[in-house]
Ligand binder design. Structure first.
Ligand SMILES: NC(=O)C1=CN([C@@H]2O[C@H](COP(=O)(O)OP(=O)(O)OC[C@H]3O[C@@H](n4cnc5c(N)ncnc54)[C@H](OP(=O)(O)O)[C@@H]3O)[C@@H](O)[C@H]2O)[C@@H](O)CC1
Ligand SMILES: Nc1ncnc2c1ncn2[C@@H]1O[C@H](COP(=O)(O)OP(=O)(O)O)[C@@H](O)[C@H]1O
Ligand SMILES: [K+]
Length: 534
């Protein structure tokens, strides 16, 4: 696998980044040389996106003409994030931008202090009041990077709030100042960046939901960290993986073997729907359809059968006896079939809370199982950890934050640190847990985590989770004879779902992605990614 791809799949904490940095320095790389290299890359990227108006705007984002600027304001903090910013300031000055610096710290790290002296010798003005930078067209945030651990208060907090109030484009170096590098938590206040140039390796905090309002569009500035150093620090356990197109495509059941048949390509059973929530069953079925699964059976209350047959003519619709409320009363599988006949089972969407015996029965079977929606709430009532401890086969839970809290009342609040929460949850119950959100996070019981780095708020709509359950079920069923880890399959389903949402939103705006429409975008996304690969 190409180096760039390997780097793009890694996510680190602040401590891991410090350890990696220490190895590079111990091997002989001078600190100043590394700063020079990194900041040079940042300066070049800034010139691409924000070309200097004096040079007639030759560059531009992606070379197509960017946002021209003349005056650049650079905010300099006390550590090496400030040092990076000063090197950027100097380079932009030499490229003809009008650069002004703000720095209000009495004590700077040695290297940062030297760079400040040199910029002053070049005649680049440095101010202690941010007001002097209010007329700039572009702002560079080099206040704090991964060294920030304490809350921002007093003058610096006030300055950041004021900078945000100007509504100017802001480029943050490494991460928006004020965000915690690991949790993405706002430490008092934080810069609201337009672009974040993350240095070297993806920092975990940038991939946490509550950081998203602050990070703007993120890109990685690769500065050739040796993979051996990364591997030595990150290791293979407790790893945090960033899901990419490459990992997703390598997991999908493509190409198919030339000689195969429908049962070899997986038999999925969906158990879903009720008289009240019939749509959930349809959407889950349509999700399963796009996965390409060989055989699809869907157990629904008898009264829903005609509806499901009309929507999914290729599926075997199993009409089950229903309760007075129109929920499935008992699973009435076809003759010669029991739950062990299926390669995977997904249960939950639209079931209602009246199906506890069904959920219990399914939990007792030895098939790979996905629990979603109402099945999760029923599991929470049964006692998540005690119930799941009895299971031998793979279990996947796909809660949103509300369901998550009901399932795992003793795990720290996912609103604060979703990655820690999902990790502790998976560890405590032995299942694979997919915590839905803007940056869906998946953990297994061995503390490994996968984060889906791109998505769209267009997916924040009723029914889009049902589609995910169907897709995931279909992929899981197809994986039966292939040596693909279940975690990778779950990660791939999350990636595919988001990419379908992104494509749909590009074509139809963020308001045009209802769950039914979403199902039409899975195959176009896959077709273009597959074409790119081959
Ligand atoms: N690793 C790499 O590969 C590379 C790293 N590089 C760059 O180094 C950056 C990390 O640099 P860093 O370690 O110097 O920390 P940084 O984030 O600048 O700030 C820490 C300073 O802030 C201070 N401080 C903290 N809290 C505070 C508060 N609430 N209020 C006020 N002050 C507070 C704290 O002071 P102290 O705690 O001692 O009081 C300390 O001095 C990294 O993000 C990247 O940009 C590149 O140059 C090359 C490649
Ligand atoms: N802001 C967002 N950005 C990206 N994806 C989102 C956002 N909000 C929700 N989603 C995704 O939309 C889906 C919603 O699922 P869920 O809440 O279970 O809905 P439902 O049960 O109605 O189908 C999840 O896959 C989730 O990750
Ligand atoms: K910063």
């Amino acid at each position: 696998m190409a180096r760039q791809e390997q780097i793009s799949q890694i996510i680190v904490t602040a401590q891991q980044m410090r350890d990696i940095e220490a190895r590079i320095f111990a091997a002989g790389m001078p600190v100043a040389a590394l700063m020079e290299k990194v900041a040079g890359l940042i300066a070049r990227r800034i010139q691409d996106i924000y070309p200097n108006v004096r040079q007639g705007g030759q560059g531009g984002e992606g070379g197509q003409g960017g946002h021209e600027v003349k005056r650049v304001g650079v905010f300099v903090g006390p550590g090496h994030n400030g040092g990076d910013a000063l090197v950027v300031a100097r380079e932009l000055h030499f490229c003809g931008y009008d650069v002004k610096i703000y720095s209000c710290f009495s004590k700077l790290k040695e290297l940062t202090s030297q760079h400040l002296l040199y910029t002053q010798s070049l005649g680049i003005p440095c101010y202690e009041s941010i007001e002097q930078l209010s007329d700039c067209d572009l702002l560079i945030d080099g206040l704090f990077g991964f060294g920030l651990e304490r809350r921002l208060v007093d003058a610096i907090a006030k300055a950041i709030n004021q900078i945000n109030s100007w509504s100017k484009p802001i480029v943050s170096i490494d991460l928006p100042s004020g965000l915690h590098t690991d949790t993405g938590e706002v430490l008092g206040t934080a810069i609201r960046a337009t672009h974040t140039f993350c240095l070297g390796l993806w920092k975990l905090g940038l991939l946490q939901d509550h950081a998203l309002e602050y990070v703007g569009s993120c890109e990685l500035i690769d500065f050739d960290i040796p993979l051996a150093d990364v591997q030595a620090v990150v290791g293979d356990v407790n790893k945090i993986h960033r899901i990419t197109q490459t990992t997703a495509l390598s997991t999908l059941p493509l190409p198919r073997p030339a000689v195969t048949h429908k049962y070899k390509e997986g038999h999925l059973l969906l158990i879903c729907g009720s008289r009240r929530y019939s749509g959930g069953a349809i959407l889950t079925g349509l999700g399963a359809r796009v996965s390409g699964v060989g055989m699809l059976s869907i157990a629904v209350p008898e009264s829903l059968k005609p509806l499901l047959v009309a929507q999914l003519p290729e599926a075997l619709i199993i009409g089950c006896p229903e309760t007075e409320t129109g929920a499935i009363a008992s699973l009435q599988l076809p003759e010669n079939t029991d739950l062990s006949s299926f390669d995977a089972i997904a249960i939950g969407p639209g079931l209602t809370g009246d199906t506890t015996p069904i959920v219990q029965q399914v939990l007792e079977c030895d098939r790979p199982l996905i629990l979603d929606a109402d099945a999760l709430n029923i599991l929470a009532h049964m006692g998540t950890i005690a119930t799941l401890q009895k299971r031998q086969a793979v279990t996947i839970l796909t809660p949103h934050a509300g369901e998550f809290k009901r399932l795992f009342p003793n795990v720290p609040d996912p609103m604060k640190d979703r990655v820690r929460a999902v990790r502790e949850a998976a560890h405590s119950c032995g299942a694979i847990v997919l915590l839905k959100g803007a940056r869906t996070a998946i953990a297994n019981s061995q503390n490994s985590v996968w984060i889906n780095p791109q998505s769209t708020p267009a997916l924040a709509r009723g029914g889009s989770g049902d589609v995910l359950t169907g897709v995931l079920g279909g992929l899981l069923a197809q994986a039966k004879s292939k040596h693909i880890s279940v975690e990778e399959i779950v990660a791939t389903a999350a990636w595919w779902h988001s990419q379908a949402g992104i494509l749909a939103a590009q074509e139809r705006t963020e308001l045009g992605v209802d769950a039914f429409t979403l199902t039409n975008y899975f195959i176009p996304v896959l077709a273009s990614a597959w074409k790119e690969l081959n």
